[in-house]
Design a protein. Sequence first.
Length: 202
Amino acid sequence: MTEDEWEEQSITIAQRIRSWSDNVVEKNTQLFNNLPACPFAKKAWLQHKVMIHVTESLDAVLEVKATNPPTQDMTFLFAWTGWKDMTQDDFADFIYDQNKNHFGVWLAAFHPLAHDESPMSCDSKNFDDLFAEVDDICIILMQEYSHLVKASEKLKATGYYQNYTEEELAVLDDRKDNLNAWKRQTKEICESPSENGWEEIH
């Protein structure tokens, strides 16, 4: 593929994702108690808080996470075109490992072959419909971990998670607990004394 062809393909993918958000993600759905799949998406787009990266390699995801991750309410959306070169299980392991070693950055992903493992297992057909417009694109969302947890806490009061099972709700609680534990650990490390006295790391 030539550079011009890649640029054209990337623009097309980005346009499809933006259209999908407008047509589906920002619309109310029974899956989430008649709220949009992402209640924050419309405002985020309007405020230019979403950045789309189209990439052939997961190395680009790792590089951005390590050197220039999103902060506050920014969201980086990666469209990974090389997903056919990795099994779904290996991809799931990749996402799990990244979130286990998150360094304050959280990844959420949709794999084109993951239809049978949606969080809305009670209504998998409607969940499939949610991704029908982009079912050939592997989407990875990168957000600041703290911002993600704060957003989840806000949604709890709206009934957004009404259709979640107890197990799925427990995952949200664990995510919050793990963040708080990481913050405490990081604070302790930053405030720990060095050989030359107290050293605070910023």
